[in-house]
Design a protein around this ligand. Sequence first.
Ligand code: NAG
Ligand code: NAG
Ligand code: NAG
Ligand code: NAG
Ligand code: NAG
Length: 520
Amino acid sequence: MKLLSGLPVCAALVPLVFAQTELPPIPADLTTPVQQRLAFNGPMSMRIGWSTFQQLEQPTVYFGESPHAIFRSASSQSSTTYPTSRTWSNTVTLTMLKPYTTYYYKIVSTNSTIGSFKTARPAGDHTPFTMAGVVDMGVFGPDGLSTRQMSYTGKAIVNSLNPGDHTTIQALAATASQYEFILHPGDFAYADAWLSELNLGYINGTQAQGPQIYEGLLEQFLLRLTYLYTRYAGSKAYMVTAGNHESNCLNGKSPGEASCPIGQTNFTGFINRYAELMPETPSTILGHRPRFDTGLEGVYMKARAAAASTSGALPPFWYSFDYGMVHYLMFDTETDFGNGIIAPDEVGGGAADSDGPFGSYMNQQIDFIERDLAAVDRSVTPWVIAAGHRPWYVDSGACTTCQEAFEPLLIKHGVDVAYFGHVHNMQRLGPLANNTKDPRGYNNPSAPVYLVNGAAGHFEGLDLMTTPDQLPNYGIEWANNGTLYGYNLFKFLDRNHLEIQFVSSKDGDVLNSVTLFKKH
Ligand SMILES: *[C@@H]1O[C@H](CO)[C@@H](O)[C@H](O)[C@H]1NC(C)=O
Ligand SMILES: *[C@@H]1O[C@H](CO)[C@@H](O)[C@H](O)[C@H]1NC(C)=O
Ligand SMILES: *[C@@H]1O[C@H](CO)[C@@H](O)[C@H](O)[C@H]1NC(C)=O
Ligand SMILES: *[C@@H]1O[C@H](CO)[C@@H](O)[C@H](O)[C@H]1NC(C)=O
Ligand SMILES: *[C@@H]1O[C@H](CO)[C@@H](O)[C@H](O)[C@H]1NC(C)=O
């Protein structure tokens, strides 16, 4: 099925442009909102995030139910930056909204336009809906992905995009009316690949300019998402958690100070843009937050204070939210495993980074997940989806410490689907528990179904899978072996049926579809 064909909006999309990695221009009007971001904060509240090339005294958004009546306003004092950033991150929380209602908004600036969004469906609304999922999505050129990418052993050298094909960002833009929001569990932009790109001559510059190049790539990625938001179907909430590329000093393949701009270490750029934006708990409807100091420490401290006083959630790393018939748990496979298990990005972890921990105590994330999943009322939200970055069921490179830390909780609380990326192809696995297939398959299993889809497209290219004789014995139901960029659509049909699709970004072909039945 060609989802994209016949959509007039496609014609308006700019065709794929080849690598052109320059710093995005600084607008003459420094109040111009760039890098827009949106998140649900319960069904009656929305968070709007954007960046500016100057600090704002009081970031403000006007809003209302008609584009001609945007008379209500919300403000904050949240305008923060970090040493290597060119921009300040601003976040405002709109409250007292109606659930599942379209609002129009204008970020206060002498150079902004009116946008729109729809608030979340309240928990317990069992109307069918579709959600889009992407993982591992990067940027090079103005349209999201160039045809140039790194090639090294184990990676598919072939880039499946030809000029005119849609990148994943373009596909999500062109089809935005077909889904209600986007889930992205980790790995944004791949700006940490700047040194490799420089060494390959894909970027002009010197290594000393690394911090600017890194920030420029990060900005470009978010600019393309803004383009998605503002040019096509109104803004979509974009719910995120961390991946290793939000903090990955060694990805330049040359360890050392120069390959690690500050924004790239310890999730700094990610925290700056998303800590204020993601919700603390599913039940948070009042979003007013205390003033805090600018600078990173303020962000950490505020997030911690919020976490301590509520559920133990620590957005943007671990938190949860409800949407209609679904409870979403977002969790952090990079740090904070608790119970003495060393997480991959921590000191001593496999990634050779030394990041986090972020919790106020080591078991904060695990305790949060336990409490959060135990509190789900399945009559209200029959479906439970857990999303993190590093998979443990995958053809190779499984995160066994992640499995040790999280799988028991997912099994115990009957999580329906666990969603990951990190490995750059699409693999769908039958329901699994303890490395064993649930004999019921997709017909009311008790174990979670596992999806790995790091195929959104980015500089590192797609991963080839191991040879069939090396595949793990629990089996893979369906895979796209490093040949196509794509994303997932999750179609929640009713309380018992969930259709999961893998869609090819370039042309909208639905390459795989399966329906999971749960009695719930
Ligand atoms: C106003 O914003 C647009 C993009 O939103 C930008 O292209 C333009 O340069 C901005 N104008 C000024 C004067 O900064
Ligand atoms: C690098 O700069 C040269 C000279 O200005 C230009 O011709 C070339 O296209 C640039 N390359 C990239 C990758 O931007
Ligand atoms: C990373 O951030 C956390 C939380 O603020 C902090 O405890 C830790 O020391 C930082 N790690 C490094 C290496 O800066
Ligand atoms: C998984 O295996 C562990 C140890 O082998 C066992 O304690 C646990 O009960 C098993 N869980 C399930 C759901 O089979
Ligand atoms: C994936 O493709 C590569 C390259 O063609 C091949 O070597 C490998 O066996 C394939 N793996 C599977 C599981 O088909």
